[in-house]
Design a protein around this ligand. Structure first.
Ligand code: NAI
Length: 467
């Protein structure tokens, strides 16, 4: 035994590292174990951050190539330098992951490099390059995240059959890409490669994309993506993938029919969800139980069946989102020192960083109907927003759902320019229990995209000014 901690966190992703910093701020002697070699987890290394770099760069490339000419900016000889683009992305990732190491030092969090295994409720063993070290601890937080799910019998080789990890590091533009799964990853990565020149086809099991999202928004989203040239095979099940030397043959079938089709593509991206990652933690021996979906079972205070072992982020129930994991990390740290940390699961925003962005917070119309809540709807199109109009970004709309009786805002759904940033205002409004009237009476700067929010709030009461 070399050291004794108040808290050891296993996993240095957004849940784990944020939990570590907050715990250290609160005076706990804290260590964070990470096996990847860099901090930041999937999000910083092979997820949110590199994908946003490629989304931004590919959007700029596409705009210069296709849109600017019409708008009076004539650039000739626009070329894609994939190597530079990837290097730029890698540099951003490196700076940000190093930044967490700096934050650990600043907050006196001990960074334990290696694979953490729970030996007992009060000890963690760290394996690093053949070396084994044991650490004692009063509490453990499991924040080991998730890994890409695959389809039965299909092996992701990260060459022709790829997950998001390889899709973020291709060294040339595939002529054709089939994306299996029309969710967050599929549509973000599909957009990147479409803009860089691939023929992209999305095969989705359900009759619509982005399940869980407000259906009106999801339908509009699909229409916009179709206009961008992405093809969709909805309501279709992938039967098999054959790894050919030159690419992949994807066999699929329309649900409720027996008609089989196949597509040949250079690459197939599997984006059918992610599964909690708990491998090698020794959970069953220690007595930490999982549910039938492989998620660690926790109570409202994030405690597992073993009361000093906690779990947060993608390994437990709830949306697999970095910011949800961060909130849980902070809540656990605060609970450990007797404070009343909590997470408001009703107000967790979600954003898809396509162009335009899609963002939401709170409940969809479908959920409100299911919950038997009577609601009012206010909508406002970006077509009628002056800033969107001058920027030639008029697709999409803002939709506010408010309780019919109390006028309390229950959900906000936006498809349109900058919606990923604009949704923060709505999350704040909902945290404060705002009514649509509160939003409608809040002065919004002119000319900004945020005026569409004010107008949608006015539309809840059928009194928008500009539409
Ligand atoms: P997802 O759950 O968003 O979408 C998976 C899609 O695959 C669903 O539409 C589902 O119906 C479909 N599907 C499942 N099995 C299928 C099959 N056999 N054939 C065809 N379609 C099938 O999962 P995704 O996109 O893999 O993302 C994983 C997680 O990562 C999500 O939970 C998401 O929250 C998170 N993420 C978040 C991002 C963001 O916040 N912008 C970006 C990327 C990922």
């Amino acid at each position: 035994m070399t050291d004794k901690f108040d808290l050891i966190i296993i996993g240095g992703g957004p849940g784990g590292y944020v939990c570590a910093i907050r715990a250290a701020q609160l005076g706990l002697k804290t260590a964070c174990v990470e096996s990847r070699g860099t901090l930041g987890g999937t999000c910083l290394n092979v997820g949110c951050i590199p994908s946003k770099s490629l989304l931004n760069l590919s959007e700029n490339f596409h705009k210069v190539k296709k849109n600017y000419f019409e708008q009076g900016i004539e650039v000739s000889d626009v070329k894609l330098n994939m190597e530079k683009m990837m290097k730029n992305k890698d540099k951003s990732v490196q700076i940000l992951t190093k930044g967490i190491e700096f934050l650990f030092k600043k907050n006196k969090v001990t960074y334990l490099r290696g694979k953490g295994v729970i030996f007992s409720p009060t000890s963690v063993v760290v394996y690093d390059q053949g070396k084994k070290t044991s650490y004692e601890t009063k509490n453990i937080v499991i924040a080991t995240g998730s890994a890409p799910a695959s389809l039965p019998g299909i092996e992701i080789d990260e060459k022709n059959i790829i997950s998001s990890t390889a899709a973020l590091s291709l060294n040339s533009v595939p002529k054709s890409l089939v994306v299996i799964g029309g969710g967050y990853i599929g549509l973000e990565m599909g957009s990147v490669w479409k803009r860089l020149g691939s023929e992209v086809t999305v095969i989705e099991n359900l009759p619509f994309i982005t399940p869980g999202m407000d259906r009106e928004i999801s339908n509009e989203f699909q229409k916009i993506l179709v206009k961008q040239g992405i093809k969709f095979q909805l309501n279709s099940k992938v039967l098999s993938l054959e790894n050919l030397k030159s690419g992949v043959k994807i066999e699929y079938q329309k649900n409720e029919t027996s008609v089989k089709n196949d597509i040949l593509a250079d690459k197939a991206l599997i984006a059918v969800g992610r599964k909690p990652y708990t491998e090698g933690l020794n959970l069953s021996k220690v007595g930490v139980k999982k549910d039938d979906k492989g998620r660690i079972k926790v109570n409202k205070k994030f405690q597992t069946d073993i009361k000093n072992i906690y779990a947060i982020g993608d390994v437990i129930d709830g949306p697999m989102l970095a910011h949800k994991a961060e909130e849980e990390g902070i809540a656990v740290a605060e609970l450990l020192v007797g404070q009343s940390g909590h997470v408001n699961y009703d107000v967790i925003p979600g954003v898809i960083y396509t162009s335009p962005e899609v963002a939401y917070v709170g409940r969809s119309e479908e959920q409100l109907k299911k919950d038997g809540i009577v609601y009012k709807v206010g909508k406002f199109p970006f077509m009628a927003n002056s800033r969107a109009k001058v920027n030639n970004e008029t697709e999409g709309f803002v939709k506010i759902l408010a309780d019919s009786k109390s006028d309390r805002v229950l959900g906000v759904h936006i498809i349109g320019p900058h919606s990923g940033d604009m949704i923060a205002e709505m999350a704040l409004a909902m945290e404060f229990g705002a009514s649509s009237e509160d939003i409608a009476r809040t002065c919004h700067a002119h000319p900004t995209h945020t005026e569409a929010i004010k107008e949608a709030a006015l539309a809840v009461d059928k009194r928008p000014i500009h539409f």
